[in-house]
Ligand binder design. Structure first.
Ligand code: FES
Length: 321
């Protein structure tokens, strides 16, 4: 006899592939947060679609929809005697042998498929979320301790004069942390001091960029503050050049020629107590205008050789810390 709803306990939903599609959608959505919003949108659509189908399947009972249950059909064995009375179900031999002591317990296929679906979804989710979380959270820890560096009084930086400034990024690490910045005082903009501060790390492969023009070593000044020796050397560059592969930049750090893929990186800065403090470096794709009027297209700090804007940047979704 064909079973009816609710006649033999609750109906167990048939195994479904919707959770797998849902997990794949979540994976694409998370991947999209790295690669771009188009992919994230695609992932959101897939997630919503398969989520809807999954919920619809799972709530069939609640919504009272009739679930078509295909009755099991098999050939009816001929009776030993046409006149023999059918035997009650609780008489005769068991249909299946009972498991003996120690025998492996039988595992329903639906339970196996359910667990496998959850397992596959968990693995995919983990593979995607762990790297994303790592690269999201790690910088907060790896950038700890890289504080601001005092490179001199604001008055030490004559207006419109480039100073090749070297300093220790972290005096505890010693000379290995020595850095060079090209600093130009642009004067004031709306009553606020303005500085152009370029990192000398070439954005092609990281060689030290040099000023194209005279460097007045004999006018260098030195100052030691908090175990940090700072050197400032005046220079009159018409631009900057890299000795390794011929990369060329203008005085705003824009790439002019050669293999570099973006403008020179810059330092954040602040003024405290009349002193110029350098902060973190950041990457720049382009600078429009000059000096205090410059408009800088700023990006999170990227490794040398990495594009930071345009379609090429999609090839560099992750820049490891
Ligand atoms: S490292 Fe500067 S041009 Fe190659």
């Amino acid at each position: 006899m064909e079973p009816k709803r609710g006649e033999h306990g609750s109906h167990v939903a048939a195994p479904s592939l919707w959770p797998v599609g849902f997990a794949i959608g979540v994976a694409i959505l998370l991947l999209g947060t790295i690669l771009g919003w188009v992919i994230a949108g695609l992932g959101a659509v897939i997630t919503a679609l398969f989520g809807f189908l999954w919920i619809r399947d799972a709530t069939n009972d609640l919504r009272g929809e009739e679930v078509a249950i295909e009755p099991e059909r098999r050939e009816v064995a001929p009776r030993a005697s046409a006149t023999a009375e059918p035997r009650p179900a609780n008489e005769g031999e068991a249909g299946m042998p009972l498991p003996e002591e120690g025998e492996v317990e039988r595992y329903p296929r639906s339970a196996f498929l359910g667990a496998a679906t959850l397992g596959v979804g968990g693995v995919i989710g983990g593979l995607v979320t762990v790297p994303v979380l790592g690269f999201t959270i790690l910088p907060a820890f790896t950038s700890q301790g890289s504080g601001q560096v005092d490179v001199g009084a604001v008055d030490d930086f004559e207006k419109e004069q480039w100073l090749i400034t070297t300093f220790l990024q972290d005096p505890d690490q010693g000379e290995v942390s020595r850095r060079t910045a090209y600093i130009r005082n642009n004067g004031e903009l709306d009553g606020q001091p303005s500085f152009t501060i370029l990192s000398h790390r070439c954005v092609h492969l990281g060689c030290p960029v040099q000023p194209n023009g005279p460097v007045r070593d004999d006018e260098a000044t030195r100052e030691t503050r908090a175990e940090n020796e700072i050197t400032r050397i005046p220079a009159d560059p018409s631009g900057f050049g890299c000795p390794c592969h011929g990369g060329q930049y203008d005085t705003e750090g824009n790439r002019k020629a050669g293999p570099p893929v973006r403008a020179m990186d810059r330092y954040e800065f602040s003024i405290r107590g009349g002193r110029l403090l350098l902060g973190q470096t950041y990457s720049v794709s382009e600078v429009r205008g000059q000096g205090a009027e410059a408009r800088i297209k700023r990006h999170r700090l990227a490794k040398p050789g990495v594009h930071v804007d345009g379609p090429s940047s999609w090839l560099y979704p992750i820049s490891p810390p």
